[in-house]
Write a protein that binds this ligand. Structure first.
Ligand SMILES: Nc1nc2c(ncn2[C@@H]2O[C@H](COP(=O)(O)OP(=O)(O)O)[C@@H](O)[C@H]2O)c(=O)[nH]1
Ligand SMILES: [Mg+2]
Length: 245
C-alpha cells in the first residue's frame, strides 16, 4: 500500500479536477489520492467518481453539503489515519498548486519534517496573477499572525502541505475550532507550538484560470478574530506563569 494520501478538497471545480488529478498521479505515481467533495452542484463529484472508476489509486469522499475547507480536511485526515498512511498531503483542486512540487515536499517530510508547507512568502516563493487585494490580505494576514502568535512560519495560511500523520495524532483534531481557511493557521500553529518540525519549501502560487474562488470576507474575519484571541490567550498564559512558580 502507498504510504502517502493526497487530499484534494473540491467545491465546484468541474473545469479543473480531471487535469489536477492527472497531474498529481503523474508527479507521484506511488501515492493514493482522495477527493473530498462537498456535494458540488456542478458535477465535480461525478467527474471525480469517473476518475476513481478508471484508477484504483483514486477514491472520493462525498459529503452532502458545503461545510468549509477545515471540516473537509479533518475528514480527510481521519481517513488517512484510519487507513494507516504515514503521510497526508493537501493540495487545492483549482491548479494554483503545482503537483510537480510534491515530490520535493514529500522528500522533506520523509527526511524528518512533521509539516512541510509549500510557501509563497519565503525566498524563491512567488505568487502569479493574484489581484493586489488578495496579495495584501495574504501578506498582511501572515505578518499579523507571525507577530500575534509569535510564530516563525512565513506562510501560515498556505494550503499546499505535507503532514506526517503521527503529527496529526499528537493532538485531537476534533478540537480544531476553525472552519474556513483559518484552519490552516490553526493546524500549523499547533504543530509548531507542540515542538514538532515545520519546514517551508518555496513554491509559485498561480491564480486559478477556471471557476471561482470560495474565499470571502467572512473567512478573513474568522481568521482575524481567532488569531487575535489565540495571541491574547498566549500572552495571558505567559504573564501568569511566573506568578504560579
Ligand atoms: N470540500 C470543500 N472544498 C472546498 C471548500 N471551500 C473551498 N474548497 C476547495 O479548497 C480549495 C481552495 O479554494 P479556493 O476557492 O481556490 O481558495 P483560494 O485559492 O484561497 O481563492 C479548492 O480546491 C476549493 O474547491 C469547502 O467548503 N468544501
Ligand atoms: Mg484557489
Amino acid at each position: 500500500m502507498a504510504d502517502l494520501l493526497v487530499l484534494v478538497p473540491t467545491y465546484n471545480e468541474v473545469e479543473s479536477i480531471a487535469d489536477l488529478l492527472a497531474r498529481v498521479r503523474a508527479a507521484l505515481p506511488d501515492a493514493d489520492v482522495l477527493v473530498i467533495d462537498d456535494g458540488s452542484p456542478d458535477g465535480t463529484g461525478e467527474l471525480a467518481d469517473a476518475a476513481a472508476a478508471a484508477d484504483p489509486a483514486i477514491s472520493v469522499l462525498h459529503r452532502t453539503a458545503k461545510d468549509g475547507l477545515g471540516r473537509a480536511y479533518l475528514a480527510g485526515f481521519a481517513r488517512a489515519r484510519e487507513l494507516g498512511y504515514g503521510f497526508a498531503a493537501e493540495i487545492d483542486a483549482d491548479g494554483s498548486h503545482d503537483p510537480a512540487e510534491l515530490p520535493a515536499m514529500v522528500a522533506l517530510a520523509r527526511a524528518g519534517a512533521d509539516l512541510v508547507i509549500g510557501s509563497r512568502w519565503v525566498p524563491g516563493g512567488a505568487v502569479r496573477n493574484w489581484p493586489w487585494l488578495r496579495q495584501a490580505i495574504s501578506r498582511g494576514g501572515n505578518a499579523y499572525a507571525r507577530v500575534a502568535l509569535r510564530s516563525d512560519i512565513r506562510d501560515i495560511t498556505a494550503g499546499f502541505r505535507v503532514f506526517r500523520t503521527s503529527a496529526l495524532s499528537r493532538f485531537d483534531a476534533t478540537t480544531v475550532s476553525s472552519q474556513g481557511y483559518c484552519f490552516q493557521v490553526e493546524m500549523a500553529w499547533r504543530i509548531e507550538k507542540s515542538g514538532l518540525t515545520v519546514v517551508e519549501h518555496p513554491i509559485t502560487f498561480v491564480e486559478r484560470a477556471h471557476g471561482r474562488s470560495k474565499m470571502h470576507m467572512g473567512i478573513v474575519a474568522e481568521a482575524l478574530w481567532r488569531v487575535t484571541l489565540w495571541g491574547l490567550a498566549e500572552r495571558l498564559q505567559a504573564a501568569e506563569r511566573p506568578r504560579r512558580s
